[in-house]
Ligand binder design. Structure first.
Ligand code: ADP
Length: 320
């Protein structure tokens, strides 16, 4: 056993790099995550998130750099490091033919606990993930959210101190996603460190810290609140007007010299400091220019907006 070098640091990465077939996917990533933190790495598909997570989980070797989990060095005290990690990769790994409890019994068996310990631990993780009422149903009949909770439950069986989650909310509908994320937040508040990687902005809203990843580097990190402040995006006005044209964009951009106009699917987004002054101006100018205004509404900026404005890279339009 290695002595903990710093009690408060749960996951520490120093200049971690990784290439596949000569292409660099991780570029000297350094990171420190404190015990009990809910840290979310947000980035577009292909930016290296899964690779980073699998390296921390010890299932993928790094090329250079250093990883320490609760004071245990990966590459030196691997079995100690792996003992404190619970890893939930992207692909489903629980059997649909078994019940939730049977799946947990199978994984607990692999961990080598006694029968009594297995029973106690299974009850505990089922309760933590609010799955007790569904424990004896076959996983084939679980919803997507229940299946994901079961996978997190299996990762928690061995008293994980660090939970690594790869895109866990993909495919969950917004309400289920919200409930799932607040459950994760509770687990982190009870002292388990959570590192979650995602390309979905909502996943990062409940985080204590968010790192933005682009091309194998974490280029900025802070709390969601501070990141929003940093991006200086106070308010967003969504404009649904036809026909879509360059002239429409130019009119919107001309109404407020500090505003930023962006296209997002059906709507145009105008980021502004003064939405209430801007809205009547938009309605008036578009009508005068002969555009059909179908709708106009204000929304707070999302972390996806913040990501785009701070990195100039869009994480939108990715498959969810
Ligand atoms: P993300 O999780 O952000 O989508 P990944 O870590 O999965 O990113 O992938 C980063 C890049 O590395 C992608 O271009 C991907 O195609 C490539 N990649 C991932 N795993 C492998 C592998 N085992 N062999 C070769 N290339 C890979």
């Amino acid at each position: 056993m290695t002595m903990k070098s710093n009690r408060r640091i749960s996951v520490k990465l120093e200049r971690v790099s990784k290439s596949y077939n000569g292409t660099r996917v991780l570029n000297e990533v350094s990171l420190q995550i404190e015990v009990g933190e809910f840290y979310v790495i947000m980035g577009p598909n292909g930016s290296g998130k899964s690779t980073l997570l699998s390296i921390i989980a010890g299932t993928n070797p790094l090329d250079s750099g250093h990883v320490e989990i609760h004071g245990h060095n990966l590459g030196k005290d691997d079995s100690d490091a792996k003992c404190v990690i619970g890893y939930v990769p992207q692909d489903n790994f629980c059997s649909s033919f078994l019940t939730g409890r049977e799946n947990l019994e199978y994984f607990a068996g692999l961990l080598g606990f006694s029968k009594l310990q297995v029973r106690e631990r299974i009850e505990r993780v089922l309760e933590m993930m609010q799955l007790l009422p569904h424990a004896d149903k076959r996983v084939a009949n679980y919803s997507g959210g229940m299946r994901k909770k079961l996978e997190v439950a299996t990762a928690l069986l061995g008293d994980a101190k660090v939970l690594l989650l790869d895109e866990p909310s993909t495919g969950l509908d917004p309400n289920v996603r919200k409930e799932f994320l607040s459950l994760l937040r509770e687990i982190s508040e009870e002292g388990t460190t959570i590192l979650l990687v995602t390309h979905i902005g909502e996943d990062a809203e409940s985080a204590s810290k968010v790192g933005f990843m682009v091309d194998g580097r974490i280029i900025i990190e802070d709390s969601p609140e501070n990141l929003k402040e940093m991006a200086c995006l106070e308010s967003k006005v969504l404009v649904d007007a036809l026909p879509r044209s360059q002239e429409l964009l130019e009119i919107l951009a001309s109404l407020d010299e500090d505003c930023i106009v962006a296209e997002n699917g059906e709507s145009l987004e105008v980021f502004t400091h003064s939405p209430m002054e801007l809205i009547p101006k938009i309605a008036h100018s578009l009508q005068n220019a002969g555009f059909k205004l179908n709708g106009i509404e204000t929304r707070p900026p999302s972390l996806e907006d913040v990501f785009y404005h701070l990195t100039e890279v869009s994480i939108r339009g990715e498959a969810t």
